[in-house]
Design a protein around this ligand. Sequence first.
Ligand code: SAM
Length: 258
Amino acid sequence: MPWDPAQYLSFGSERLRPALDLLAQVPLEAPRLVVDLGCGPGHVTRILQARWPSARVLGVDRSPDMLSRASTDVPGPAWRQADLATWAPEAPVDLLFANASLHWLEDHAALFPRLMGFLSPGGCLAVQMPRNHDRPSHQAAFAVAEEGPWRERLVPRLRRQPVSEPETYLEWLAPRAATLDIWETDYVHRLEGPEPVVAWTRGSLLVPLLEALEPDEREAFLAAYRDRLRRAYPPDASGRTTFRFRRLFIVARPSALA
Ligand SMILES: C[S@@+](CC[C@H](N)C(=O)[O-])C[C@H]1O[C@@H](n2cnc3c(N)ncnc32)[C@H](O)[C@@H]1O
């Protein structure tokens, strides 16, 4: 059960907003080479290309399904299938933009300085990562994974804290940065439809967990997860569900020594 572009895009506007908030803080006038790291279905790549029409824009992702959707839907950018853990650009990059992707990678202590090293002088690294792992949406998935008969298969796949504290990124990046802007935002979404938080996490957090289960186990996992979420996220009188979601933002420009 690989990444599903349609499932991911089902909360398109809620998922787009942080990318736009990040883009608004990118201080570049006319980057020549822009790379969208973990570009997914390409809807953010499209916005990067529209923001800088004369830039060369490249979307990089590991998922063939996401890239196939991106190349069908979004003319203009080039697309490359690669694992960001080992990918390196062919030339220095003016903007590395990573919206909701780098939390899937391990070892940020090595990754972030490495990415800074790919930038041209005056370039920019712009990153947004979800940091909701201590909230019920994520804790409930961890609990169901630990408590079911699938425990042995799922526990090694749990990524309980894939994103560190903001201060930790500051520590890693400050020695390499001429300018560094780090902030967090809590988005208080009001989602429509039945059990929308399950639909949300099915497009992201649950992907690697459901992938490890047989179809009947998947149903059992989702039933147990739904049960916990119903208590944590009850709908209000209007039928909408309030879903608070924290995200971390980083905009860094390299110093001469990066
Ligand atoms: C949540 S989606 C974000 C997509 C897009 N950036 C956006 O803003 O909507 C995360 C994407 O990261 C990709 N991804 C996860 N781990 C990756 C890796 N190691 N290398 C390349 N892409 C990866 C997934 O395939 C997926 O398309």
